[in-house]
Design a protein. Structure first.
Length: 69
């Protein structure tokens, strides 16, 4: 499954790389929302995908923080 591979890739990253991925995903979400507001966005489902990816990244960050303690 595609999402399982994405999560496995996230789990292999360092906390700094995860933080950068989170920042990039939030920037992408902002840009998608801006495009949607100005009626320039063709694929509105991409907003939902990016939101879920942000949640996945945050989950992996939290899991790594708990195992580090």
């Amino acid at each position: 499954m595609k999402t399982n591979q994405y999560v496995e890739d996230l789990q292999k990253k360092t906390p700094a790389e995860l933080t950068q991925a989170l920042v990039d995903a939030k920037k992408e979400l902002f840009n998608l929302r801006f495009q949607n507001a100005t009626n320039q966005l063709d694929n509105t489902a991409r907003i939902k995908d990016v939101r879920k990816n942000i949640a996945r990244i945050q989950t992996v960050i939290t899991q790594k923080a708990k195992t580090a303690n």
